[in-house]
Design a protein around this ligand. Structure first.
Ligand code: B12
Length: 222
């Protein structure tokens, strides 16, 4: 008897394209259920869902799909990731506040980090897209999290708010992430660079802060 061949990430992405870009929500959710079951949450995010989103952008900018298809696909994915966020949180875990910088609408990377952190035993307060820095600061004063993660595609989004981020960094470790984060803005904002993809970023944060904050280690991941 031969073992059935496993579906490759390329094939999973093709299945997402065939369903989501044909406005087939049920089919898209079916593919997502299968891919999360077969690969597990982290690999499904790293090798299928996030790369698929990048390809959607390429097809959109090349004109092979329209804005409606891009919006539909990202809305279905957003609803799915929202369900995964917070699903595994434990009440005693360290707390992370996650936000996109003002004007930044791209939040999938931050959502993925939030999902993985919660699976590592963290509690997350997800503020999401386009968060005013005054609100971020207020949230940090109120909740006193162990870490703040802020994401932006452009370095100028961090630089423009450097004074506010420095004020937050006086009391809470601030981590800058996504393509706008680089050594210069990290220095300017008195922050730390959170490198790698969103799944790696969550593990880095957990490695540097999670264990000391709560005694959690990688083996506690759910
Ligand atoms: C979905 C999407 C949208 C959605 C976002 C919905 C949402 N709720 O997030 C909407 C429709 C709102 C949108 C709007 C726009 N978008 Co858009 N969008 C995309 C798309 C298709 C996917 C984005 C995504 O989630 N990618 C998955 C992430 C994880 O990949 P990534 O961004 O490359 O991130 C890498 C790293 O930076 C890192 N990372 C990212 N975030 C984080 C977070 C953490 C914590 C960590 C550790 C790491 C990390 O991980 C990735 C590597 O694995 C991209 C295509 C693309 N290439 O990504 C275009 C894209 C980013 N958008 C683009 C554009 C032009 C726009 C608009 C200007 C369009 C318009 N005219 O209105 C607006 C701008 C809105 C704004 N002010 O921010 C361009 C950007 C071009 C550029 N050079 O800057 C892209 C690249 C499309 C393209 N090919 O042209 N968009």
């Amino acid at each position: 008897m031969t073992t059935p061949r496993r579906t490759t990430p390329r094939e999973w992405m093709d299945h997402l394209e065939q369903t989501l870009e044909a406005f087939d929500e049920t089919g898209g959710h079916r593919v997502l259920t299968q891919v999360f079951d077969e690969l597990g949450v982290e690999d499904a995010l790293s090798y299928v869902v996030l790369p698929y989103l990048q390809e959607v952008g390429e097809r959109w900018s090349a004109g092979s799909i329209g804005v409606a298809q891009e919006h539909f696909a990202s809305n279905v994915l957003r609803s799915r990731l929202s369900v995964l966020m917070g699903a595994d949180e434990r009440p005693e875990g360290p707390l992370a506040v996650l936000a996109c910088m003002p004007g930044e609408q791209h939040e999938f990377g931050l959502m993925a980090t939030s999902i993985v952190l919660s699976r590592l035993g963290w509690r997350t307060c997800y503020l999401g897209a386009d968060t005013p820095t005054a609100e971020l600061a207020l949230t940090c004063r109120t909740l006193q999290p162990e870490a703040v993660v802020v994401a932006a595609r452009r370095a100028t989004a961090f630089a423009a708010h450097a004074p506010a981020l420095r004020r937050v960094a006086r009391t809470t470790p601030v981590h800058l992430a996504a393509s706008g984060a680089n050594d210069d803005v990290v220095q300017l904002c008195h922050a730390t660079l959170l490198e790698g993809d969103p799944v790696q970023g969550a593990h880095t944060l957990h490695g540097t802060l999670g264990e000391s904050a709560s005694g959690l280690d990688e083996s506690t991941a759910v």
